[in-house]
Design a protein around this ligand. Structure first.
Ligand code: DGJ
Length: 711
């Protein structure tokens, strides 16, 4: 049984395959977290409340820390009651177990604030989801000043390290590892979306490696302002508090109304980072992504943005579509520029009618043509935005997020619609309905290209204005939910100036995400490496483009870099030579041969591009019979070498595996060895550093894709 309540000790034990998570009631009726880590052999083995390291002047370890009484951990809950009292006193009421779900009920009796703590166990992946529901059972309003999803605790030690993902536009998902010292470290977003600056993912380890050591990790399912605080004091366990950011936030909870937090998902691996990320990937595929498409293979897409930018026309798109079909593309996507007076980024956003000068026959003629070539058709939209130079803004200047009497700052020449407003939400639903009903569209790329500044909402009373941060996100999710239900044949991609809105929240509605606008095949390897810690390869779109220069990177290198997730092509096909077409065709075929393993398999990082002279990633299918290795040289790490010794992972020790290269019938054997030998002695990749001396840069970049087959 995964959830057990030990009546005598008043202890709740939550167990997954390898993880134990335990809390208990203390003598004063407070819930104390007592354990998170390796699953122990017996229920009696887990600690009791009396085993906690207790300081005498304040309290720590509260299962749900509040701003109240003696608690000193960053609070999950801060409220102000009608009479000015800001002290929350929560007492345990009772609990309920429903299959793999546990609900703990707490109450601040005097003020009628009920709190339910929810836990859902994902046993197979050593993951627990936690969220909270508040209910105002009084007849007075309660002002919520902070409501987080969970507080957690991990062992305090000299070796403890925090891992997180940071970056900026064009440079997302850089992995940082740092020692955790006393004080608080805050990972957060205050820009109204998940952001490229930091991603709501963390991992805590104690000198763990890819394959060994304890890793505690978590992710928040929220696409607005978020915050994860890591709080350390000298002796106690390290506290992790995660949820909606309380910065500039208040919410008035009316009598009998409820407030539900986003899910905070946390897990534990005793086999290092590799297992931690594999579990996250497969949890996302099985539990987070829209299930109708979660296990369907992603199609190879072509997006014309980098080829034609805003200058899209029926004619030039048809030419590109023909060329894309020639190399085996399965989905043709037209990006920005097809609507309103959108000839550059200064005008037209918000005017979602087809531009007749560019598409005199509407979209139908292009769509029919794309379909006649055997491809699906996809289209770009950016529904949350408006250019001041647009009919929409001229008609509804009050629809944007703004403070009265203050400037309306533009970013990329655009303002943000206030999606917290019901009329704005309805406007988006209506134009998306029209677009999807009138056109035979199979794929939508939903973009979002700015941050929230001047976050006012003048139409509501001032004490409700700060609700904008959450109401915006709820309405965004509602729209996506509505569209998914109404158009089940449509695949949705989420994009936000690249990877600015990648999180478990949006992934409940989006089938895939645009990883980064940086499509330089070498530069993005570090982005892809960081991404792999937190998110599944299947959702990671990577395009083969001309970024960084056609003469810098061999076309194969560009393809291999993009094959690490779901493959797209964004290069200007009009500039392709016959030879380029031949290479591209072969590479698309290669990708189709390996994509099931890449998208559905288990990913192993064989090296780190930030540290090594190469980046190699291995993928293995569930029954370990087939695999792939993608190898790319890192010429920035110079060193005289001719060969790289690559040690494989995850294979069955005694089985014999053939490692080979080739597309279709072609087969060039590299080595045939037992699984154990491939892990212990590895294989040799001939990779000569002498080419670094070449003034011809294209020789610097070398890559291979190897296939693994159990015989
Ligand atoms: C930003 C996106 O990240 C790009 O891929 C492209 O869609 C542009 N927006 C279009 O304006």
């Amino acid at each position: 049984m995964a959830i057990v309540f030990e009546e005598k000790k008043k202890k709740w034990i939550l167990e997954t395959i390898n993880m134990g998570y335990v809390f208990a009631l203390d003598k004063e009726g407070k819930l104390k977290n007592v354990y998170w880590g390796s699953k122990l052999p017996r229920f009696e083995d887990y600690p009791e409340v009396d085993d906690l390291v207790v300081m005498d002047r304040y309290t720590w370890d509260d299962e749900f820390s509040v701003r109240g009484e003696k608690n000193n951990v960053e609070p999950c809950l801060k409220v102000e009651y009608y009479d000015g009292v800001r002290d929350v006193v929560l007492n345990y009421v009772d609990f309920e177990i429903k299959g793999n779900q546990l609900i703990i009920k707490l109450l601040d009796e005097q003020y009628g604030l009920s709190v339910k703590l929810f836990y859902r166990l994902i046993e197979k992946y050593d993951i627990i989801e936690r969220w909270v529901e508040l209910e105002n059972s009084s007849d007075k309003e309660i002002k919520i000043e902070d409501i987080k999803s969970a507080s957690l605790y991990v062992e305090n030690s000299e070796k403890v390290r925090l891992n997180y993902l940071t970056g900026m536009w064009g440079s997302e998902f850089h992995l940082r590892k740092e020692k955790i010292n006393e004080g608080s470290k805050v990972l957060e977003s205050r820009v109204g979306k998940t952001s490229a600056y930091m991603n709501p993912y963390f991992a805590i380890d104690y000198d763990a490696t890819e394959d060994n050591g304890k890793v505690y990790f978590g992710e928040l399912a929220w696409s607005g302002n978020w915050k994860i605080s890591i709080q350390k004091r000298i002796y106690e366990r390290i506290a992790i508090i995660a949820g909606i950011n309380e910065w500039d936030f208040t919410y008035i909870l009316e009598p009998s109304k409820k407030f539900m937090t986003p899910k905070f998902v946390f897990g534990f691996s005793e086999e290092g980072f590799s297992k931690a990320s594999q579990n996250l990937h497969h949890y996302q595929l099985d539990y987070i992504l829209p299930q109708d498409k979660a296990h369907k293979l992603r199609k190879v897409l072509y997006n014309s943005w980098e080829a034609t930018t805003f200058n899209v026309t029926e004619e030039n798109q048809k030419i590109l579509a023909e060329k894309a079909a020639k190399i085996g593309v399965e989905l043709f996507v037209i990006d920005d520029g097809w609507f309103g007076q959108r000839n550059d980024d200064r005008a037209g956003l918000g005017d979602w009618y087809v531009n007749k000068e560019k598409f005199p026959n509407g979209l139908k003629s292009l769509i029919d043509y794309v379909k006649s070539l055997g491809m699906d058709f996809g289209i770009w939209v950016e529904p949350e935005m408006v250019n001041p130079d647009s009919d929409l803004y001229r008609k509804h200047p009050d629809w944007v997020i703004n403070f009265q009497n203050r400037p309306r700052s533009v970013e990329r020449n655009q303002l943000m619609l206030n999606l917290a407003r019901e009329d704005v939400k309805q406007f988006i639903i209506d134009f998306m309905d029209k677009l999807l009903l009138e056109n035979n569209i199979d794929f939508v790329k939903w973009d979002m290209n700015r941050h929230v500044f001047e976050s006012g909402w003048p139409e509501v009373e001032s004490e409700r204005q700060r609700e904008i941060w959450v109401k915006y996100v709820w309405n965004l999710y509602d729209i996506w939910k509505y569209l998914r239900e109404k158009y089940p044949h449509v695949t949705f991609e989420n994009c936000s100036s690249g990877g600015g809105r990648v999180d478990l929240g949006i992934m409940q509605y989006a089938d895939q995400v645009w990883t980064s606008d940086n499509t330089d095949p070498f530069d993005r390897l570090e982005i892809q490496e960081g991404f792999s810690y937190a998110y599944a390869p299947k959702i990671m779109m990577g395009w083969v483009t001309d970024w960084g220069g056609k003469d810098t990177y061999p076309l194969e290198y560009r393809f291999h870099s993009s094959m690490m997730g779901s493959l797209g092509i964004g290069a200007d096909l009009n500039k392709f030579s016959e030879k380029d077409f031949e290479i591209a065709k072969k590479q698309v075929q290669l990708y189709k041969e390996i994509r099931e393993i890449v998208q559905e398999g288990y990913q192993y990082r064989l090296s780190s591009v930030a540290k090594e002279r190469y980046f190699a990633v291995q993928y293995l299918n569930e029954d370990k019979s087939e695999g792939v290795i993608i190898y790319l040289r890192n010429p920035r790490r110079f060193g005289l070498f001719d060969r790289v010794n690559l040690k494989l992972k995850g294979l069955e020790e005694k089985s014999i595996y053939k490692i080979y290269e080739g597309v279709g019938e072609e087969e060039i054997e590299v080595k045939t060895l037992s699984g154990k030998a491939l892990e212990e002695r590895g294989i040799i990749i001939e990779d000569s550093s002498k080419e670094f001396f070449s003034t011809n840069k294209i020789k610097h970049f070398y890559s291979r894709v190897l296939k693994i087959n159990k015989i």
